[in-house]
Design a protein around this ligand. Structure first.
Ligand code: PRT
Ligand code: ZN
Length: 284
């Protein structure tokens, strides 16, 4: 038996989705010429689909799980479960208006025409804010709508902001922040659930490893206690005596977020020869 996963066939989430499977030790070809491929070394079948179709296929059980933007999950309103965020495909769904518009607050959208491919999310946002506007649903190139006189504002995905800039638009409201998520449909048979649990275990290990760095340093013995307090590690750091009397080598893991603060504290405690490397997998 194989677990079936739906992945975007081509587009912004494709490479990172396949990359994640690879980091989980699962080898799949990228589906350039086929809609369905079987992994060589894990009981997984990959279905390559358009991202908009993934929630439906997962709901129907055609695919057991899928990788799709949370923005699509929220727009499609299907009864599927979000299992976990995957840390890529990050973007925001925002309202933007032509630069120089006299925009002060959401209330300025009242009675206006807003072009979007996300009518469900936009409608809920407007309702929550007590604003009534005209929603024009269009499926692509939303950013040109104001320039061709089709709309007064747009609601679209933004990542770098360069599309808005190039079209002389400015972002006025962020409706939601999104990233790729793993979704699941109906309850799985026991054997498939076991495969999913295995996959989730691997994904967690890969995700965790990205949050941490492995750190090695030399420390004067008299400051070891303070240094251990700064980098407590997973259980506790490994301490090995150096050939030079009065010095030890300390091995531990540190969180990426806090990295530079930690390095400064370590240097204050006399740490030297600090080496930092990426971790490929991290199992606690
Ligand atoms: O063919 P298919 O239907 O599968 O793909 P698609 O063309 O509908 O989707 P695709 O590949 O563009 O996006 C897939 C998913 O990537 C989205 O659902 C989001 O979850 C995520 N994502 C992340 C983005 C962006 N960033 C993004 N910037 N999706 C789209 N954009 C577009 C946006 O619509 C706008 O046109 O990029 C432009 C803005 O980008 P910046 O960098 O100029 O701000
Ligand atoms: Zn799409």
């Amino acid at each position: 038996m194989k677990l079936k996963i739906a992945v975007q066939k081509s587009g912004r989430l494709h490479d990172d989705s396949i990359g994640l499977l690879k980091e989980c030790g699962i080898e799949v070809s990228n589906g350039v010429n086929s809609l369905k491929v079987t992994a060589g070394n894990f009981p997984l079948e990959v279905l390559y689909l358009r991202d908009d179709d993934i929630p439906q296929y997962v709901e129907d059980g055609v695919a057991d799980i899928g990788i799709v933007g949370e923005n699509v999950v929220l727009e499609k309103q299907k009864p599927i479960t979000t299992l976990l965020p995957l840390g890529f495909g990050k973007c925001r769904l925002s309202v933007a208006v032509p630069k120089g518009s006299a925009y002060k607050s959401i209330a300025c959208l009242s009675g206006r025409r807003i072009a979007t491919s996300y009518p469900v999310i936009l409608n809920a946002f407007l309702q929550d804010n007590g604003v009534s506007a005209e929603i024009h649903e269009i499926s692509g190139s939303v950013e040109i709508a104001p320039n061709i006189g089709l709309a007064d504002a747009i609601c679209d995905l933004v990542s770098s902001g360069s599309t808005l800039f190039l079209n002389n638009l400015e972002e006025t409201e962020v409706i939601l922040r999104s990233e790729a998520v793993l979704v699941q449909g109906p309850v799985l048979a026991a054997e498939k659930q076991r495969i999913l649990d295995q996959l989730l275990f691997r994904i967690e290990a890969v995700k965790r490893s990205k949050k941490y760095k492995y750190i090695l340093l030399n420390a004067p013995d008299e400051n070891l206690e303070n240094i251990i307090r700064i980098i407590p590690g997973m259980k506790s750091p490994t301490i090995l005596p150096l050939a030079t009397e009065g010095w030890s080598s300390v091995h531990s893991v540190v969180q990426e977020d806090d990295f530079w603060n930690i390095i400064e504290s370590l240097r204050r405690e006399g740490a030297q020869g600090i080496l930092v490397t990426a971790i490929e997998k991290m199992i606690v």
